[in-house]
Design a protein around this ligand. Structure first.
Ligand code: ZN
Length: 322
C-alpha cells in the first residue's frame, strides 16, 4: 500500500483507484434475509450483503452446505440472529467467530426485558423481527459494526441509519392502526407455528400457533382438534398458511372446523421466517411486514390505514397505494 500511495502521489496512479481499493464494500454474510435487508439499508454502498437463506427457507431446520461454508470463509463480517433461531447452524457460526468477526445481532441489540420466553427447550422466542420497533433496535449495533470496519463511511452509515429508523417507526405505527381496525371478536391470528407472538403483543392481536416456537417439533391430532375448537367457538373467518411451513396442518384445522359446519377460509400466505421473492417489495423486510398486515387485515374484516408521510417515497418506489 505504501508503494501504491507513493506512485499515486507521483501521478502514476489515479487517486480514485487508491480510494476505491481502500473502501471496497465490507463483505457481509447473514443467515436470514430479514437481517440482510436491514444490514444493506444501514450500510448502503459501504457494504455488500449476502443472505445464506433465501425465500421459503426454514431457519430452524437449516443445515449449512459446503458452498455455505465457502461463502462464510469469504466473509469479513458474519451476522446471525441468535437465540437458537438458526438451530444446528448456530454451532457452525460459533466456530467461525474464531476467525471472522461474528455478530449475534438479537442478543447484542435487543433489550432483554422485551423478550418473550417460551415453554420449550429454546427458552426465548427468537422471532423478534415481527415487532418492527424491536427489530429497529438492531440498527445501532449494525451501524457501529460497519462504521468500525469502514471508518470513511461513518457519516453515510449514520445518515442511512437515521432515515431507515424513521421509516421503521412509521411502519410500526401503521401496522398498529391497521390491525386495530379489525373487529375485536375476530382479532385472532391462527397460523401453523408460533412465529407471531411478538407481532401479537406489539399490534394487539391474539395469536394461536398450532406448532411450537420451532418447527422441529411434531404437531399432534390433539393440537389440531383444540385449534379447530377455538376457530369454531370464536367464529374466526380465516386462518393463515406460512411461506416456510408445509400447509397441511392448517388444512387439517380447516377440515376439522368444516366437519362442525364452520367454514373457515385461508387468509393468504404469511411470511414468518423468510421474506418473499428477491426484487419484489415482499422480498424486503418492510415489504414483508406490509404484506402480512395487508393479508391479515383483509381476511379478518379490517381496513388498512393510509401509509404515513415517512413511507410515501418507499411506497412510490414499489408502486404501493398510499
Ligand atoms: Zn419460526
Amino acid at each position: 500500500m505504501a508503494t501504491k500511495y507513493a506512485m499515486a502521489l507521483l501521478g502514476l496512479l489515479p487517486l480514485s483507484t487508491l480510494a476505491s481499493a481502500e473502501e471496497a464494500p465490507l463483505n457481509v454474510v447473514t443467515t436470514i434475509g430479514m437481517i440482510a435487508d436491514v444490514a444493506q439499508e444501514v450500510g448502503g454502498e459501504c457494504v455488500s450483503v449476502e443472505a445464506m437463506m433465501g425465500p421459503g427457507v426454514d431457519p430452524h431446520l437449516y443445515q449449512a452446505s459446503a458452498s455455505d461454508v465457502a461463502t462464510l470463509r469469504g466473509a469479513e463480517q458474519i451476522i446471525y440472529s441468535g437465540y437458537s433461531l438458526e438451530g444446528q447452524l448456530g454451532s457452525v457460526l460459533e466456530n467461525f467467530s474464531q476467525r471472522t468477526p461474528t455478530l449475534a445481532v438479537s442478543p447484542a441489540s435487543i433489550d432483554p426485558s422485551s423478550l418473550i420466553t417460551s415453554q420449550d427447550v429454546y427458552g426465548i422466542d427468537p422471532h423478534l423481527w415481527m415487532d418492527v420497533s424491536l427489530w429497529a433496535q438492531t440498527l445501532p449495533a449494525l451501524s457501529e459494526t460497519f462504521s468500525e470496519a469502514r471508518p470513511a463511511c461513518a457519516d453515510t452509515i449514520e445518515a442511512n441509519t437515521e432515515r431507515y429508523q424513521a421509516q421503521l417507526l412509521a411502519l410500526h405505527e401503521w401496522v398498529k392502526t391497521s390491525i386495530a381496525s379489525i373487529p375485536e371478536q375476530q382479532r385472532v391470528l391462527v397460523t401453523a407455528h408460533d412465529a407471531f407472538n411478538y407481532f401479537g403483543r406489539a399490534y394487539g392481536i391474539e395469536v394461536e400457533g398450532i406448532q411450537g416456537i420451532s418447527t422441529e417439533t411434531e404437531t399432534g391430532i390433539a393440537d389440531i382438534r383444540s385449534m379447530a375448537d377455538t376457530v369454531v367457538e370464536r367464529e374466526i373467518p380465516a386462518v393463515f398458511i406460512e411461506s416456510t411451513i408445509n400447509p397441511r396442518t392448517i388444512q387439517a384445522v380447516i377440515d376439522a372446523a368444516r366437519q362442525r359446519d364452520h367454514d373457515v377460509a385461508i387468509g393468504g400466505e404469511l411470511y414468518s421466517d423468510a421474506m418473499g421473492d428477491t426484487g419484489t417489495v415482499d422480498g424486503t423486510y418492510m415489504g414483508m411486514i406490509y404484506r402480512n398486515t395487508q393479508h391479515i387485515v383483509d381476511a379478518l374484516g379490517g381496513t388498512l390505514a393510509p401509509l404515513p408521510d415517512p413511507l410515501t417515497d418507499w411506497a412510490d418506489e414499489w408502486e404501493l397505494a398510499h
